[in-house]
Design a binder for this molecule. Structure first.
Ligand SMILES: Nc1ncnc2c1ncn2[C@@H]1O[C@H](COP(=O)(O)OP(=O)(O)O)[C@@H](O)[C@H]1O
Ligand SMILES: [Mg+2]
Length: 241
C-alpha cells in the first residue's frame, strides 16, 4: 500500500446473512484514480460496493479507507471519513428540491452555514445545470438530471472516495457521455473512484485499473490499457458460464 492509497480492500469476503457472495477480493485505489469493476449480472459487483460502504456482511478480510480500518464501521462513520455511495437503485428524495437534496449530502456540516454555502457553491460550479434547477422538486427532474443530482450530492462535504454503481444505466448515449464527462472531471479534481459499469467500453474510457468479477471472484485485475487488449476474450468468456 503506497502513501497515495485511498482505498485498500484485502482478501475481502462478504455477502448477506450466512451466504458469502464475493470472495477474496484484493483491490487498491490510489488518490485521483478510477478503478472499474465489470462482470456479468449477479457476479457480485454491487455486493462488493455494499461491503465497502458497510451494507453487507463481512466474513473476512479488510477495508481500509484513507489509512483508517473501516471494515466493521457503520456507513455513517465511513461517510465521516470521506466515503460516498451513489447506489444502483436511485435514491434521491423526490419531494425535496434539488438544493435540499444536495444539503442532505453534507449533513455532517448541516449546522455550519458558511460551510454549507461554500459546499453548495462548489457543487453549482461543477454542475451548473443544478444551479438553474435548485428550487425544483426532485421528482420533476429527467432521468439524466436525477443522476447528475445523485453524483453532485456525492461530492458534497468532505467526500474523497466515491463508489458509483452503474451511474449511466437506462440513460441515452448522449446523457451517459455527459455523466462520464463529469466522472472524468471529478477524477481530475482528485476524487478517488470505484466505478461499476455494465457498458465495458464506456467504463474503460475513464478507468485507470480494472477488476473483472465472475461468480463473486476476481478473475482479472490490472491496468485499463492491459485489460483493453484482452477485453473481447474476457467478455466472450462470460457467455460460457
Ligand atoms: N440483499 C441481498 N440479500 C441476499 N442476496 C443478495 C442481495 N443482493 C444481492 N444478492 C445476491 O448476490 C448475488 C450478487 O448480486 P449483485 O452483487 O447485485 O451482483 P451484480 O451487481 O454484479 O449484478 C446475486 O446472486 C444476488 O441474488
Ligand atoms: Mg449490481
Amino acid at each position: 500500500m503506497s502513501d497515495l492509497t485511498e482505498l485498500a480492500i484485502s482478501n475481502l469476503t462478504a455477502g448477506y446473512e450466512d451466504i458469502p457472495i464475493v470472495k477474496s477480493v484484493d483491490l487498491q485505489v490510489d488518490k485521483g484514480k478510477v478503478t472499474l469493476i465489470i462482470g456479468p449480472n449477479g457476479s457480485g459487483k454491487s455486493t462488493l460496493l455494499n461491503a465497502v460502504f458497510g451494507l453487507a456482511r463481512v466474513f473476512g478480510g479488510q477495508v481500509v479507507l484513507n489509512g483508517h480500518e473501516v471494515t466493521h464501521l457503520d456507513p455513517s462513520e465511513r461517510v465521516r471519513l470521506g466515503l460516498r455511495f451513489v447506489m444502483q437503485r436511485r435514491n434521491i428524495f423526490p419531494h425535496l428540491t434539488v438544493e435540499e437534496n444536495l444539503r442532505m449530502g453534507a449533513w455532517t456540516v448541516r449546522n455550519d452555514r458558511a460551510r454549507m454555502a461554500s459546499e453548495l457553491a462548489k457543487v453549482y460550479d461543477l454542475f451548473p445545470v443544478l444551479k438553474e434547477l435548485r428550487s425544483v422538486k426532485a421528482n420533476l427532474l429527467s432521468g439524466g438530471q436525477a443522476r447528475i443530482l445523485e453524483l453532485a450530492r456525492g461530492v458534497m462535504g468532505n467526500a474523497r472516495v466515491l463508489l458509483l454503481d452503474e451511474p449511466t444505466t437506462g440513460l441515452s448515449p448522449k446523457l451517459a457521455k455527459q455523466i462520464y464527462d463529469y466522472v472524468l472531471k471529478l477524477r481530475q479534481m482528485g476524487y478517488t473512484i470505484l466505478l461499476v459499469e455494465q457498458n465495458v467500453k464506456s467504463g474503460l474510457t475513464v478507468a485507470d485499473e480494472v477488476l473483472v468479477m465472475r461468480m463473486g471472484s476476481p478473475i482479472y485485475y490490472g491496468s485499463a490499457s492491459e485489460i483493453s487488449v484482452k477485453m473481447t476474450e474476457i467478455v466472450s468468456s462470460w457467455l460460457r458460464y
